[in-house]
Design a protein around this ligand. Structure first.
Ligand SMILES: Cc1cc2nc3c(=O)[nH]c(=O)nc-3n(C[C@H](O)[C@H](O)[C@H](O)COP(=O)(O)O)c2cc1C
Length: 170
């Protein structure tokens, strides 16, 4: 029997995998950014590593590669509109990105003051994966900034999708 591997089925199966939705902060010198991301997971216990799949064409890829760090900002489930704004390079004004206040983390990367919780990661290794790089970061600092019991945003809270097979323009 032929396998069912049409692009449509690959997409549908991959979109079944539950994902967080968060903001990845990055910085190289005076260039700062944050982007909406869903390909985020823990990757090891010792060292404590967090992996993020980052599109090679994204500004974030450049900033993490050169800046050597990134932050994972977990966000309120009640405020998923924010993710639409951070799906293109962010505008920095003072210590804010797209109007959202930030501070400088221990690694130098931006942490959002409004994030429910954050992970501040030093780049441990970048693995070339074709369209994307898997950015593995060692957790240097992390914490909660509001109720630790609060739920954090997930893909299923929105009508957004990311991933599956490559489409034109990707
Ligand atoms: C719901 C959603 C999830 C996304 N997840 C990722 C992701 O995990 N990795 C990635 O590289 N881009 C992801 N993107 C796309 C980036 O947010 C988008 O390409 C952004 O423009 C790239 O960021 P930058 O150029 O500002 O760095 C996602 C976009 C959306 C809308």
């Amino acid at each position: 029997m032929e396998p069912d591997r049409t692009d449509e089925i690959v997409n549908k199966v991959l979109w079944k995998i539950p994902n967080v939705l968060c903001l990845i902060g990055s910085r190289d010198g005076d260039r700062w950014n944050a982007m909406t991301a869903s390909w985020v997971t823990q990757a090891a216990m010792e060292p404590v590593l967090v992996a993020v799949g980052v599109d090679k064409k994204a500004l974030t890829h450049d900033l993490i590669s050169n800046g050597g760090a990134f932050t994972v900002n977990l966000w309120s489930r009640e405020d998923t509109r924010t993710f639409v704004k951070f799906s293109k390079p962010a505008v920095k004004e003072g210590m804010s990105l797209n109007g959202r206040p930030i501070r400088t983390g221990a690694t130098g990367a931006p942490i959002f003051e409004e994030a429910v919780a954050y992970l501040d990661c030093r780049l441990w290794k970048a693995v070339d994966c074709g369209t994307h790089s898997l950015m593995l970061g060692e957790v240097v600092d992390c914490g909660f900034q509001s109720d630790p019991e609060a739920g954090v945003a997930r893909m299923e809270d929105t009508r957004m999708k990311y991933g599956g097979v490559r489409r034109g323009g990707h």
